[in-house]
Ligand binder design. Structure first.
Ligand code: SF4
Length: 328
């Protein structure tokens, strides 16, 4: 895999597919810092309205430093983990007292601020100051684990430590903020935990897990996490040399936006004899899948499509289907 081509493909995709989020407009150090603290352990959907309201009340670092703690906590309501809000205010005071009110641009000075760790320092320096500092968060760990075919558990500190040199190697000197955000955006919207949408992935051709059919198995599931059992009955419906495939919607729990064999519960077709069965793990889900013969009466629904039998392997990206078809 070439680092340069990987960067090119991911950055091009980010340029056209990135979500329009308020902290991506006018990325000043203060705005980026507040967003990064809010986004710790909290979803983008929950943060977005709170972020805008918080910035209306505290539009600058000076206004935050001049505020009372109670007032800051009041505007943090609903986001939880209130120590983040206390640290934010303490850090604003530290910037006023120690840096004359100017947000520091040196790595060590940023890291000294209350509530700022290596990830947050990397985010602020790369996005707001355009300095080539790497970052590693849960999304980046998952993307790297799959992209480079690295076996490990996302919360294992030794595995996480392995990610930093990779992140450091890849972060470009000329566009570090976009690169770091592109990696996280890929993890949040395409290379998601339960259902990587490899068919729509801009870096699939660089991805080791995709090439080996391991995308559903990496990173390894956390120890002690009880697998969630899932049972599917899928249908093999063949007519005139074509097989009926089903495009799963973005709302599915597993294998979102990917082509698969239709589940019996989605079609008006009575399942017949069993052709094959298999078990398969997708992150922390333990699937038992049975494939049954069936025939369809009438036209297929809009989510389904007849595909020539010889072409179905090219459409069925998840290794689950390939495993099932091998047993057929
Ligand atoms: S090809 Fe699939 S597993 Fe690989 S990075 Fe893309 S979405 Fe993730």
């Amino acid at each position: 895999m070439s680092d340069a081509l990987l960067r090119r493909d991911l950055l091009r995709w980010y340029g056209r597919a990135k979500r329009d989020l308020p902290w991506r407009r006018n990325s000043t150090p203060y705005r980026v810092w507040v967003s990064e603290i809010m986004l710790q352990q909290t979803t983008v959907a929950a943060v977005t309205p709170k972020y805008e309201a918080f910035l209306r009340r505290f539009p600058s670092l000076a206004s935050l430093a001049n505020s009372k703690e109670d007032e800051v906590l009041k505007h943090w309501a609903g986001l939880g983990y209130y120590s983040r809000a206390r640290n934010l205010r303490r850090a604003a005071l530290a910037v006023v007292e120690g840096h004359g009110g100017e947000f520091p641009s040196g790595f060590d000075a940023v890291l000294e601020l209350p509530g700022v760790g290596r990830y947050t320092a990397g985010a602020i320096l790369s996005i707001a100051f355009r300095k080539p500092y790497p970052l590693v968060d849960g999304n980046v760990i998952r993307v790297f684990s799959r992209l480079f075919g690295l076996k490990g558990r996302a919360k294992d500190p030794a595995f996480v430590r392995k990610m930093w040199p990779l992140a450091e190697r890849l972060v470009p000197a000329d566009n570090p903020g976009d690169w770091n955000q592109a990696l996280m955006e890929l993890g949040a919207t395409v290379c998601t935990p339960d259902s990587p949408a490899c068919g729509a992935c801009p870096v699939a051709k660089h991805c080791v897990a995709f090439k080996k059919g391991l995308q559903d198995q990496l990173p390894l599931p956390e120890v002690g996490r009880k697998p969630v059992p899932v049972a599917w009955t899928c249908l093999w419906i063949e007519k005139n040399g074509k097989v009926l495939l089903w495009r799963r919607s973005g709302k599915e729990r597993l294998l979102k936006n990917l082509w698969g064999l239709p589940e019996a519960s989605r079609l008006a077709a009575a399942p017949g004899k069993v052709l094959a069965s298999t078990t398969h793990s997708i992150t922390h889900h333990a699937l038992t899948v049975e494939l049954r013969e069936a025939s369809l009466n009438g036209a297929p629904p809009p989510e389904a499509k007849w595909v020539p039998r010889g072409e179905i392997r090219g459409r069925l990206v998840s290794s689950l289907w390939l495993k099932l078809l091998k047993r057929r």
